[in-house]
Design a protein around this ligand. Structure first.
Ligand code: ITT
Length: 193
């Protein structure tokens, strides 16, 4: 089956292609020639994921899903959360976002944080939401070259390396996006059987 993943983030597409089973052909917005920026005006990850999935559902009428993900830092009351992409400004500069977080957490020895993903899916007439989260802590240096976004400063609980050091094989088993995707794929299998 063909499934549209409503994202412009190529890193996410590459991650998901390694997670979904062979019978599913994953198409990105670029693959269907959708160049529009879908405005994420929601106040929560749930709302934004739904905005992105609904955009594709109403415009193209295709089976689709979207994820909205964010880093939630305990000492910052859950920030940057839904503002993770543009925490330091609309230029969505990842290095600036990390610098801002480091400034705000200065002096905290072991800042607890979690990554959370919400997937909104629209398959036929069925719309659903799925969640995945991974707890961990942040460090005050960047380590590793894999992944993207905040991966070089996030160490998942039970590990000593950052997501960027652990690499795709491990990240795609334990990450927020992997867990939400697995829940989605399980429901999809039921829907199609
Ligand atoms: P789309 O909305 O087009 O899917 P995006 O990059 O804006 O792409 P999100 O709103 O879901 O994606 O994510 C917000 C930011 O959170 C993202 O730009 C990264 O900085 C960060 N982020 C999301 N998932 C991440 C991950 O797995 N590892 C590290 N950082 C991540």
């Amino acid at each position: 089956m063909k499934l549209i993943f409503a994202t412009h983030n190529q890193h996410k597409v590459e991650e998901l292609k390694k997670i979904v089973p062979q019978g599913i052909q994953l198409l990105s917005l670029e693959d269907i020639n959708c160049r529009e920026e879908i405005e994420e005006t929601g106040a929560t990850l749930e709302e934004n994921a739904k905005i992105k999935a609904d955009f594709i559902k109403y415009k193209y009428g295709l089976d689709c899903f979207a994820d909205d993900s964010g880093l939630e830092i305990e000492a910052l009351g859950g920030a940057p959360g839904v503002f993770s992409a543009r925490y330091a400004g609309d230029s969505k500069n990842n290095a600036d976002n990390i610098q801002k977080i480091w400034r705000e957490l200065e002096g905290l020895p072991h800042p607890v944080a979690q990554f959370r993903t919400v997937i909104a899916s629209s398959i036929g007439a069925s719309d659903s939401l799925f969640e995945g989260l991974v707890k961990g802590h942040l460090i005050f240096e960047k380590r590793g070259s894999g992944g993207f976004g905040y991966d070089p400063i996030f160490i998942p609980a039970g590990f000593t390396q950052t997501f960027a050091e652990l690499g795709d094989a491990i990240k795609n088993k334990i990450s927020h996006r992997a867990l939400a995707t697995q829940a989605f794929l399980k429901a999809l299998a039921h829907l199609k059987s």
